[in-house]
Design a protein around this ligand. Structure first.
Ligand SMILES: [Zn+2]
Ligand SMILES: [Zn+2]
Ligand SMILES: [Zn+2]
Length: 352
């Protein structure tokens, strides 16, 4: 019941289709919180111990450092944009069957652009949109997704194009000036933060009832679904706490929100954000203690406590929390489920 609570989103797609890799800009027009490259191998483990011998001649330990969040992929913290771009193109890695890539979420931040005529295609928008930094420099828009909205047609829900799009703008700068149609149209923009998913079947996080692999759970007591007997006690099916499952103050919901916020704001992978907001022990999460707290207090702390990610300094060694975390989480728990949350278009297009 408790394992997998607030489970991790599926991992980026590896191998099924070509992995899109982006480049860090080499001028200083945009900021990045760090220069990171992901290395994975289709259907196999991607251990730093196997990767290091392949690239040690070209990259020194003062240039790159590995961090392994799980066996399936290694994150490489690079000392500069140039080194990261080179590593993502390394031929020795490729020849050995590894995919080295800079994911979209490390190269760009997602923003919503409002009031974009639904008749305009994603391709048209990508070709006709420009973003400018406060100093007037051009900032590239790497990807455009039309958002969807749900309507009821004869009682059946249907997803149609909304009047807003999600754009991935390179770097971490605050929302730049976004212009459309040869620069004639000024656009309103806001930062995009992914909403957490909670399953309607088992009430765990980061998947939907459609893809749920668990049995149905009773929303009131968190036990296997039952109709023939009354609930023995009240328990949150999402986190196991003593509050109602639907409570907006469920600590696991707050944690999921914080993770999504940190991913968006600080260009982090889910693994990295999960490390910033580790799961608390159950005893700390009674309804009374949560309800009396400011639900956004954790977010405010983020600004101050956020660990500095490497930029121009050599990356720091992995924090000690990593080993304890790995003990709690079976490393291959997600084997066979390799779809990506962060770059999966179908997901990104939906609004909820
Ligand atoms: Zn489920
Ligand atoms: Zn029950
Ligand atoms: Zn809860």
């Amino acid at each position: 019941m408790t394992e997998n609570t607030g489970g991790k989103p599926p991992e980026p797609l590896v191998g099924k289709k070509p992995i899109e890799s982006y480049e860090y800009r080499l001028d200083n027009v945009v900021k990045y919180p760090g220069y990171k490259v992901v290395i994975a191998k289709e259907g196999e483990t991607a251990s730093p111990f196997d990767i290091k011998p392949l690239i040690k001649d070209n990259f020194k330990s003062t240039d790159i450092r590995f961090k392994s969040y799980n066996r399936r992929r290694t994150t490489v913290f690079c000392n500069s944009a140039k080194i990261a771009n080179e590593l993502a193109k390394d031929t020795k890695l490729r020849e050995a069957g590894f995919n080295a890539y800079i994911p979209l979420y490390y190269a760009a931040t997602a923003h919503i652009v409002w009031n974009v005529d639904p008749r305009k295609s994603e391709e048209w928008i990508l070709n006709n949109i420009t973003a400018k930094s406060p100093t007037g420099a051009n900032i590239k828009i790497l990807k455009v997704f039309r958002m969807k909205r749900k309507i009821l047609k004869d009682g059946t829900p249907e997803w149609i194009d909304a009047n807003r799009v999600k754009v991935y703008i390179e770097g971490q700068d605050d929302v730049p000036n976004v212009l459309l149609d040869d620069g004639y149209i000024m656009c309103d923009t806001s930062r995009f933060v992914r909403k957490f998913q909670q399953c309607n079947n088992c009430f765990k996080f980061n998947h939907t009832a459609k893809t749920c692999k668990k049995g149905k759970i009773c929303k009131s007591c968190g036990c296997d679904f039952h109709t023939d007997s009354p609930c023995q006690s009240q328990k949150c099916a999402g986190c196991g706490g003593t509050h109602p499952t639907a409570s907006p103050n469920c600590p696991e919901k707050l944690r999921q929100r914080n993770i999504n916020e940190a991913m968006s704001k600080n260009m982090l992978s889910w693994d990295e954000a999960n490390e910033v907001f580790p799961k608390k022990k159950r005893t700390a999460s009674t309804y009374a203690s949560v309800a009396s707290n400011n639900p956004f207090a954790i977010l405010q702390d983020l600004e101050d406590d956020f660990p500095a990610l490497p930029t121009h300094e050599p990356p720091p060694p992995p924090p000690p929390s990593v080993s304890t975390q790995n003990k709690r989480k079976p490393l291959l728990r997600r084997r066979g489920n390799s779809r990506g949350i962060q770059t999966r278009p179908s997901e990104e297009r939906k609004e909820s």
